[in-house]
Design a protein around this ligand. Structure first.
Ligand code: GDD
Length: 411
């Protein structure tokens, strides 16, 4: 049997995702019409003998209760949310729930970060992992040398694929091969985490370490608590080069979803994937009564779209949205309950839950997904009045805009 664990973090993480994470936990934010965490969960369907899927985080249980029960039914495999009483770190959280995770005596455990977007080649990883015979295999990908320092950089043996060297977000360049946040481990991982904890306890130093920096300032640095263990720094770095960890390189798409801009990009990637894996999920736009659809578009069945609207490419329209006559939508995410009145235009933007755009209103970004104001984001229940134009701006929840704005953060 195989068990999968998805690390979902908690409300104190994902702060770069504001204002979209104010009321909805980031893992439930929709990409291509499905909650972010559903993409890795569905990828687990390909694993033979999948016993259970656990989501581990420190969000309140209530936030995930409805979701896990509906997704368990759909997946026909139990999906459970396990809440840490405090953040234990990416490896500490796994260790904390070791008894539950080992309930079905799995031979292998997948560990996935919830905020990565890729095609999760889990079967291929599992096969490679069995071949290598190590304790763990991690998915890796080549990125541009300029962006590599945002991730864990690593060196792998070109022949055996063994992980030889690992540094988390290094200041000086190590390698353009990086850690994708997708792993498969044997249960020995729990021993490895336990050893880190014991080692911490053994260290003679007391809990607080005074140190003096180059300017002569005395600082008292608290040691991390014994049970807080990070997978990257505390496990991967020390175990590199010890014939225990191996790499599996993906040549397919991979992105990390830390900002709203990236969620727009990843929504496009997942829509494009649906085109191959489940085209029936996408809107097709045939029939005299349906809107004109361009490229990959998702429209929730409960949304009401006027036949004269033109939608796509890369558009995702959530439940109970109303799209009026002549509306034009390009590269955007329209969240639940939004109303778009006649001839409104949305481009390179995310429109928050229950917001409304008046007639001829225009909300747009310049499509630079990596810069802070490269897209426009309207928080929950924002009203944009008729003919108002909003460009490259972030608008916090419950605001009403009656004048046009550009490059602004409206608090
Ligand atoms: N349950 C739980 N508890 N989850 C946590 C905790 C915790 O205490 N801390 C982090 N996470 C979750 C996050 O929600 C995320 O899904 C994952 O663990 C990793 O988060 P971070 O530890 O904050 O690392 P990161 O996202 O900046 O970078 C990691 O992932 C990159 C790939 O996306 C590193 O492993 C990098 O090396 C890697 O490139």
């Amino acid at each position: 049997k195989v068990t999968a664990v998805i690390m979902v973090g908690g409300p104190t993480k994902g702060t770069r995702f504001r204002p979209l994470s104010f009321n909805t936990p980031k893992p439930l934010f929709p990409l291509a019409g499905q909650p972010m965490v559903q993409h890795p969960i569905f990828a687990c369907r390909r694993i033979p003998n999948l016993a259970q899927v656990f989501l581990i985080g420190f969000y309140d249980e209530r936030e995930f209760a409805l979701y896990v029960s509906s997704i368990s039914n759909e997946l026909k495999v139990p999906v459970r949310y396990l809440k840490e009483d405090k953040p234990y770190g990416s490896a500490g959280g796994l260790y904390y729930f070791r008894d539950l995770i080992m309930e079905d005596n799995p031979t292998d455990i997948f560990l996935l970060n919830c905020d990565v977007c890729c095609n999760f080649p889990l079967l291929e990883m599992l096969e490679a992992h069995k071949r290598y015979g190590g304790m763990g295999t991690m998915l890796v990908v080549k990125v541009s040398a300029e962006s590599a320092n945002e991730f864990g950089e690593l060196v792998a043996d070109p022949v055996t694929n063994e992980l030889l060297h690992y540094t988390e977000k290094p200041e000086t360049f190590v390698s353009d091969l990086i850690n994708c946040g997708v792993y498969v481990f044997t249960p020995e991982i729990f021993t490895a985490i336990h050893e880190v904890m014991i080692h911490r306890e053994d260290r003679a130093n007391p809990h607080r370490l005074p140190s003096i920096d180059a300017l002569g300032h005395l600082t008292i640095r608290a040691n991390p608590p014994r049970d807080f263990v990070r997978l990257d720094q505390d496990i991967l770095s020390p175990l590199a080069g010890k014939k225990q960890l191996y790499t599996y390189e993906t040549m397919d798409f991979w992105e990390q979803i830390k900002t709203p801009g990236m969620s727009l990009k990843c929504s496009a990637l997942y829509l494009a994937q649906f085109r191959h894996t489940s085209p029936y999920v996408l809107a097709c736009g045939d029939g005299a009564k349906s809107a004109k659809i361009v490229g990959d578009v998702y429209i929730h069945p409960s949304a009401k779209v006027h036949p004269t609207a033109k939608i796509g490419p890369n558009v995702s329209v959530s439940a109970n949205v109303r799209v009026g006559a002549g509306v034009r939508l390009i590269s955007c995410i329209i969240l639940d309950g939004v109303e778009l009145q006649e001839n409104a235009v949305v481009m390179d933007s995310i429109i928050g839950w229950k917001s409304s755009l008046g007639k001829w209103a225009r909300v747009q970004g310049d499509g630079d997904y990596n810069s802070k104001l490269g897209i426009t984001i309207l928080g929950e229940a924002v009203t944009v009045e008729d003919e108002v134009v909003v460009v490259n701006s972030i608008v916090l929840p419950n605001k009403t805009l009656n004048v046009s704005v550009q490059d602004e953060i409206i608090l």
